[in-house]
Design a protein around this ligand. Structure first.
Ligand SMILES: Nc1ncnc2c1ncn2[C@@H]1O[C@H](COP(=O)(O)OP(=O)(O)O)[C@@H](O)[C@H]1O
Ligand SMILES: O=P([O-])([O-])O[C@@H]1[C@@H](O)[C@H](O)[C@@H](O)[C@H](O)[C@@H]1O
Length: 346
């Protein structure tokens, strides 16, 4: 952990994190028409939330020489590999793709991230957020060795890719080379579609499991209980990255000392902001300031992160409803700002 001395009497404890996962390029295709192209990869959505909330992290991500984005955390450039590329297929008729949100195809995969790509330091927390199979079992093992607590997006562990057209399929965690590491994982995030591949009942015995469920919010499972965390309303334009932003908001909340239930609300909040835009979302600065002010009020930095793995009773915090109302008001204010801007500039 880094201690930043501000004044003699005031020391701010800044927790240091490690985020591991490749950036990628996403092409969104609706009804056979390209409707958007953007920077993607869970690491880019997570860094967007972390940077906006001033959560300092070291990022390990690989791209090829074709990588065309300017990002705040420079990736490792691999001269002989293409940047990971996904085609995401959406349809106006969800039944035609078996009721899935989308069908993902991995068109190119950049080099995997190996243990030797990780820094030789210790971290307060780590996020394993691969998208295209780039995190190897030995890489996750190394993360578990050097990070005090590790958050894992299950998509990093259970995705397999059709050898012909790259279609993403899922396999049971038990069938992967990661299963033996489950008892060492602190937090596991899965979407409702991925959850059946995890065996949540087994996983919750050793870690905290967050199952996201689109417009219904998310549910948190621990050995000592479970709870539903309500969503925030959103007009969905593109669901890409909602789960990643949720994870970013959730981890940021925990790092800032929020209870698990309140951190999950913050996660839902960033998930809802993400579906309203194509690609990595741009957050309104006034909205961010309100969030930061509230975080400072609820949990000053000096308390940061103590709740990540403590043995506190698993229930909604006493301030949960108040925090939910605060975030709801902040979201409404954002709509008001937008309506006013539309009036000024129709
Ligand atoms: N239509 C929506 N309206 C409001 N919030 C949403 C919506 N879709 C997603 N979210 C938020 O984003 C989170 C992650 O979305 P989800 O679709 O479950 O994950 P993924 O992007 O991994 O498939 C949800 O738990 C919820 O908090
Ligand atoms: O939508 P989501 O599941 O949160 O996360 C997405 C990944 O599943 C996808 O592989 C990647 O291309 C997107 O950029 C995004 O990271």
């Amino acid at each position: 952990m880094v201690k930043q001395v501000l004044e003699e009497s005031e020391t701010v404890v800044v927790r240091r994190g490690l985020v591991v996962g490749n950036y990628c390029h996403d092409v969104l295709i609706r009804d056979d028409r390209v409707v958007g192209e953007s920077l993607g990869g869970a690491a880019s959505f997570v860094s967007n939330v972390f940077d906006n909330l001033s959560i300092p992290c070291h990022y390990v991500s690989k791209v090829g020489p074709d990588f065309a984005y300017s990002v705040s955390h420079h990736p490792i450039s691999c001269p002989s590999s293409m940047t990971t590329l996904f085609h995401a297929y959406f349809t106006s008729d969800p039944d035609s793709i078996g009721n899935h949100d989308r069908v993902l195809k991995r068109i190119h995969a950049c080099d995997p991230i190996t243990p030797s790509d990780l820094p030789e330091s210790q971290f307060d927390f780590g996020l394993a957020v691969g998208v295209a199979g780039e995190i190897l079992p030995e890489t996750l093992e190394r993360m578990l060795d050097i990070c005090r607590v590790v958050f894992v997006d299950i998509q990093a562990l259970i995705r397999v890719f059709d050898p012909v057209d790259g279609t993403v399929k899922l396999v049971g965690l038990r069938e992967t080379g990661f299963f033996h590491l489950l008892p060492r994982i602190g937090f596991l995030k899965a979407s409702a579609e991925e959850a059946p591949f995890v065996d949540v009942e087994q996983a919750r015995k050793s870690c905290c499991v967050v199952v996201t469920d689109g417009k219904n919010g998310c549910r948190i499972f621990r050995e000592d209980g479970e709870m539903q965390i309500l969503p925030f309303p959103a007009v969905q334009v593109d669901p890409t990255g909602a789960g990643d932003s949720l994870l970013g908001g959730f981890v940021a909340g925990l790092i800032r000392g929020l209870a698990v239930s309140d951190a999950a609300l913050l996660g839902n909040f960033f998930g809802s902001l993400t579906v309203a835009q194509i690609g990595v979302p741009k957050f309104d600065s006034r909205l961010l300031q309100r969030i930061k002010d509230e975080l400072d009020r609820k949990a000053p930095w000096t308390d940061g992160c103590e709740r990540i793995d403590d043995g506190a009773e698993f229930k909604k915090s006493a301030e949960h409803e108040e925090f939910q109302a605060y975030l709801t008001r902040a979201a409404k204010l954002l709509s008001t700002y937008h309506a006013q801007e539309d009036q000024l500039d129709p």
